[in-house]
Design a protein around this ligand. Structure first.
Ligand code: F2R
Ligand code: MG
Ligand code: MG
Length: 324
């Protein structure tokens, strides 16, 4: 009786702030949909031609790329270990590697080396001495907001652990932290101004700080051209050329349809699958899965992604908390 009396207010706060299962599903499905629908437009004519040949499964579903595969690996490794175990995660990435998912060049080399038995701590600086600043760590970072939704510092520490396996460069890690924190803030329905102010304070390097400032200004200019966004924020494969771009689109379209956002990102060109998958996961964390469900069924293994989202939700929100 006395215990219930003391804990009741805490239980009420927990229930009020609890993130819904729909938001979990929206986040993961938004990531996969951005990836699979953005993939045919990624890169130049050669990459697009290749994806035209291998971009569908035998039963006509859209294939997802490295973005979704590494997100699935991260979620499954977390569910298996109940934490981010770097050695297990490195092995999981390596075991799932398939060239036809379109991995970045340095990540491909690294995963093949790990598969041959090399330690990831040595292999991750093989191609670039300072590590990679590609957007490969950022494109899976939203999953970490599903694993660590209620504490900023725990989230950011887990991002470092996940990122440094493949992307040891500080700019690769910083881009991943921005995407993870933006997703966590979207789960909590913070308003755009607050999200960008927090991200600005989180930034360590000038390149990201300047882009967050531009993003804040651009969101107040309804007629800003996509070409200006591309020029100022970028549309490339490097994390500083894509992470803030994705955050911009997710915030601009948070109250609009997923497909409107997707079409704008496709129009930007460049790294369309990854910008759409990062923006898609943040959009889904705001809006949940209801409006995504029908189109999500066009993607390979969408049921598996749906189930993993549920497993993550239940791991973080055990049944007795959900029903109190
Ligand atoms: N691989 C692709 N798409 C095919 C190429 C697309 C096209 N040419 C384009 O430019 O848009 N997509 C997948 O790869 C991206 C994620 O890549 P990840 O895992 O970060 O790869 P990597 O190899 O580590 O880094 C990517 C490139 O960034 C440059 N770079 C990174 N670190 C560098 C450093 N320290 N010094 C100099 N350059 C560095 C290099 O060019 C790397 O190759 C996603 O788009 C995913 O969809
Ligand atoms: Mg990809
Ligand atoms: Mg890409």
């Amino acid at each position: 009786m006395t215990k219930t009396f003391y804990f009741f207010p805490l239980i009420c706060i927990w229930i009020l702030k609890m993130i819904s299962l729909n938001k979990y599903k929206g986040c993961f499905l938004g990531l996969a949909m951005g990836d699979a629908f953005g993939a045919p437009y990624e890169g130049g004519p050669l990459e697009q031609l290749l994806w035209r040949a291998i971009g569908k499964t035998r039963d006509g579903k859209l294939r997802y790329t490295d973005d979704t595969q590494m997100a699935i690996d991260l979620a499954e490794s977390y569910l298996y270990n109940d934490t981010i175990d770097q050695n297990h995660l490195a092995q999981t990435f390596a075991q799932s590697y398939q060239w036809s998912r379109g991995y970045g060049p340095s990540t491909s080399q690294l995963l093949r080396l790990i598969k041959k038995g090399k330690n990831w701590r040595e292999a991750n600086k093989k191609k670039f001495k300072t590590g990679s600043f590609g957007n490969g760590a950022a494109m899976r970072a939203s999953i970490l907001a599903m694993c660590f939704p209620y504490n900023v510092q725990t989230l950011l520490n887990s991002v470092i652990k996940s990122a440094e396996i493949t992307h040891a460069h500080p700019l690769g890690i910083e881009g991943a932290k921005l995407i993870a924190r933006a997703t966590q803030a979207a789960f909590q329905d913070l308003d755009n101004e607050k999200i960008l102010a927090e991200l600005f304070h989180q930034c360590q390097s000038k390149i990201y700080k300047d882009k967050i400032i531009f993003c804040t200004e651009a969101l107040n200019k309804p007629n800003i051209k996509v070409s200006e966004i591309k020029k100022q924020l970028g549309n490339g494969i490097a994390a500083p050329q894509s992470c803030v771009t994705a955050i911009y689109f997710s915030l601009q379209f948070r109250d609009q349809k997923f497909n409107s956002m997707l079409n704008k990102i496709i129009g930007l060109g460049g790294d369309t699958d990854t910008i759409a998958s990062m923006a898609g996961s943040i959009w889904g964390a705001f809006n949940g899965n209801q409006s995504l469900n029908q189109e999500a069924k066009n993607i390979e293994k969408w049921e598996k992604i749906d189930q993993i989202s549920k497993d993550l939700f239940e791991r973080i929100h055990p049944k007795h908390h959900q029903t109190l």
